[in-house]
Design a binder for this molecule. Structure first.
Ligand SMILES: Cc1cc2nc3c(=O)[nH]c(=O)nc-3n(C[C@H](O)[C@H](O)[C@H](O)COP(=O)(O)OP(=O)(O)OC[C@H]3O[C@@H](n4cnc5c(N)ncnc54)[C@H](O)[C@@H]3O)c2cc1C
Length: 465
C-alpha cells in the first residue's frame, strides 16, 4: 500500500522534503497543506502602490515557497550559517548543501556564480580591522538569486511537484494533528476534518511558529526555549558599505557589548537594497530588507540584532518580541518607525525635517520618523549603540548622524522543538523542520533540513518493510 505523507507548510523546508521524497520514495502519496496561496496568485499590493493593505494571510510570508518567494534569494553555502550545524557534522552538512544547490536549485534555473570567494587579500585586511575593533568577522561563500530569480526558481518547483502528482492544497490551514497510542495518525483541517497519514512533517516557518508552539503545548510535543532576537535595520548610503559589499557581499559581524556583554550580530545585508515590512497575524509589522537583481537603490541595509535568552520563570520569548514590535507599531500609527543615529545619540526624536538633512533618502518611504527609545528596551538600545560605535572602526561613517535605524526588527526562533537526529519529535512519525521548529535560519538550511527529513523517512519506511 502507498505510504501517505502529509507536509504542513510549503516553505523551502516543506517543498524540499517533497522533492527528495519523490526521489527516494517515488511510490508514496504526498500531500502539502499550505495556508497561503499558489505562487502564481501571490501578489503583494504594496509593490505597486507603496501602501500595505494587510492581506490575510500576508502574501510576502505565506503561500508556495513560504517566506522564500519574495526573499532576497541569498543562499549561504556555509555549514555554520543557518542553524543545522547543531545537528549535523560539518563535512556531511557541506555535502548536503552542495547537493541541494546542484541537484535542485541549479536544475530549476538558479545561477551558478558563487560570491564571497574572491579578493582573499582584502578579506584578510578586513578581518584584521575587525579584530582591532573587537569584532568577529564571519566570511562565507553564498549564491545570490535576487528576488526575481528566486520567484522563478520556486515557480518551476511548484510546477514540477504538480506534474509529479504531489497534492498541493492551498488556502488550507492545518488546525491540529491527531495521535494514536503515541504515534501520529494525521492532521485536522477545517476544524474537524481528519486527514490520515503515516508520516506528518511540520514545516510552518516563522509565520506559523506561534501556532506550532500552541500545538506542542496541547499535544505534549517536547520543546526547549530559544532566544528571541530584537533590534533594528540599519540603512546607509552604498558608499559607506562599499568595501564590505564589494569584497564580502555579505559580511556577518558579531560583537559582545561593553556594558552587558550581550551578543549582537549583523544579519541579512542588502547592497543597493530596500528596507521592507513583514506582516504577521493581527497586522503586526516588523522590519526586514531585500534587494533585487535588476532594480537597485543607492542604499545598503542590514539588521543589527540583539539575542535575548530568557530563563525561569519566563518562557514566552515570541510574546516578548511581539510586544516590543507592537509598541513600535503603536507609536508609528501601525507602521515602521525610523530614527537617525544622530537623533538617537542626542536623545531626541527624528522629525520629517531632520530626516531630510542628510545625504540619504530612506527606501521605506512610508516609515514614520520618531523615537525608537520609546519602544525598544534600554538594554537593547545601548547594545545597538555600542555595536554601531565598534562597527564604525571597521566601516567608517556608519556612526554618522544620518545613519537610519528602522524598528523594530524581530527574529522569532522561539519554539525550538526537541527532535532526534532524524528530526522526529517525541510523537512517533511526527517530524519537525525549518525555521518554525526553531531548527534553521534561512533558505539553504531550511531546504537542506527538508532533504534530511525525507531521507530519514525513506530509511525508516525501508526498515519497516
Ligand atoms: C522579506 C524576507 C527576505 C528574506 N531573505 C532571505 C535571504 O535572502 N536569504 C535567506 O537565507 N533567508 C531569507 N529570508 C528567510 C527565509 O525566507 C526563511 O528562512 C525560509 O523561508 C524558511 O523556510 P521554512 O520552510 O522553514 O518556512 P517558511 O518559508 O516561512 O514557510 C512556512 C510556510 O508554512 C505555512 N504555514 C504556516 N502555518 C501553517 C498551517 N497551520 N497550515 C498550513 N500552512 C502553514 C506558511 O504559510 C508558509 O508558507 C527572508 C525572509 C523574508 C520574510
Amino acid at each position: 500500500m502507498k505510504k501517505k505523507i502529509v507536509i504542513v507548510g510549503a516553505g523551502p523546508a516543506g517543498i524540499f522534503t517533497a522533492l527528495e521524497l519523490l526521489d527516494k520514495m517515488p511510490d508514496s502519496e504526498i500531500t502539502i497543506f499550505e495556508k497561503g496561496r499558489s505562487i502564481t496568485k501571490r501578489v503583494c499590493p504594496k509593490r505597486t502602490t507603496g501602501e500595505c493593505v494587510h492581506c490575510e494571510p500576508c502574501n510576502i510570508t505565506t503561500g508556495f515557497s513560504g517566506a522564500g518567494a519574495f526573499s532576497d534569494g541569498k543562499l549561504s553555502l556555509s555549514p555554520y550559517v543557518g542553524g543545522l550545524d547543531q545537528y549535523v557534522e560539518e563535512k556531511h552538512l557541506q555535502e548536503l548543501i552542495d547537493y541541494t544547490y546542484s541537484r535542485y536549485y541549479e536544475t530549476f534555473g538558479a545561477d551558478s556564480k558563487t560570491y564571497g570567494t574572491e579578493n582573499m587579500e582584502m578579506i584578510s585586511d578586513l578581518k584584521l580591522k575587525a579584530i582591532q575593533a573587537n569584532l568577529r568577522l564571519i566570511d562565507y561563500p553564498l549564491k545570490h538569486l535576487g528576488t526575481e530569480q528566486a520567484y522563478e526558481v520556486y515557480s518551476r518547483i511548484q510546477q514540477y511537484l504538480e506534474e509529479k502528482g504531489v497534492s498541493l492544497l492551498f488556502e488550507t490551514k492545518v488546525d491540529d494533528i491527531f495521535v494514536d497510542k503515541g504515534r501520529v495518525g494525521g492532521v485536522i483541517i477545517h476544524e474537524t476534518e481528519k486527514i490520515p497519514a503515516d508520516n506528518v512533517i511540520i514545516t510552518v516557518g516563522r509565520e506559523g511558529s506561534e501556532w506550532f508552539q500552541g500545538l506542542c503545548r496541547k499535544q505534549g510535543i517536547r520543546t526547549a526555549v530559544n532566544p528571541v532576537d530584537v533590534g533594528v535595520r540599519i540603512e546607509v548610503k552604498d558608499e559607506i558599505m562599499a568595501k564590505i559589499n564589494e569584497f564580502l557581499y555579505e559580511g556577518k559581524l558579531v560583537y559582545y557589548t561593553d556594558t552587558y556583554d550581550d551578543k549582537v550580530r549583523t544579519f541579512c545585508q542588502n547592497p543597493s537594497g530596500f528596507v521592507a515590512v513583514e506582516h504577521y497575524e493581527n497586522g503586526l509589522a516588523t522590519v526586514n530588507g531585500h534587494s533585487y537583481k535588476n532594480t537597485k537603490s543607492k542604499n545598503t541595509n542590514f539588521a543589527l540584532l540583539v539575542s535575548n535568552q530568557f530563563d525561569y520563570p519566563f518562557h514566552e520569548p515570541i510574546e516578548y518580541g511581539k510586544k516590543v514590535a507592537a509598541l513600535g507599531n503603536m507609536l508609528a500609527d501601525g507602521k515602521i518607525l525610523v530614527q537617525r543615529f544622530g537623533d538617537f545619540i542626542r536623545g531626541r526624536r527624528t522629525t520629517r525635517e531632520r530626516l531630510k538633512r542628510g545625504n540619504i533618502t530612506p527606501t521605506m518611504q512610508d516609515a514614520e520618523p520618531g523615537d525608537l527609545g520609546h519602544a525598544i528596551p534600554y538594554r537593547t538600545m545601548l547594545n545597538i549603540k555600542e555595536t554601531i560605535l565598534a562597527l564604525d572602526k571597521l566601516i567608517p561613517g556608519l556612526a554618522s548622524d544620518e545613519t537610519l535605524m528602522y524598528g523594530v526588527e524581530v527574529k522569532f526562533y522561539s519554539n525550538k522543538v526537541d527532535v532526534t537526529q532524524d528530526f522526529e519529535t517525541n510523537i512517533a512519525r511526527l517530524y519537525a523542520g525549518g525555521d518554525g521548529a526553531g531548527l534553521t535560519r534561512g533558505l539553504m538550511h531550511a531546504s537542506v533540513n527538508g532533504i534530511m527529513i525525507a531521507r530519514a523517512i525513506a530509511r525508516r519506511e525501508k526498515i519497516d518493510k
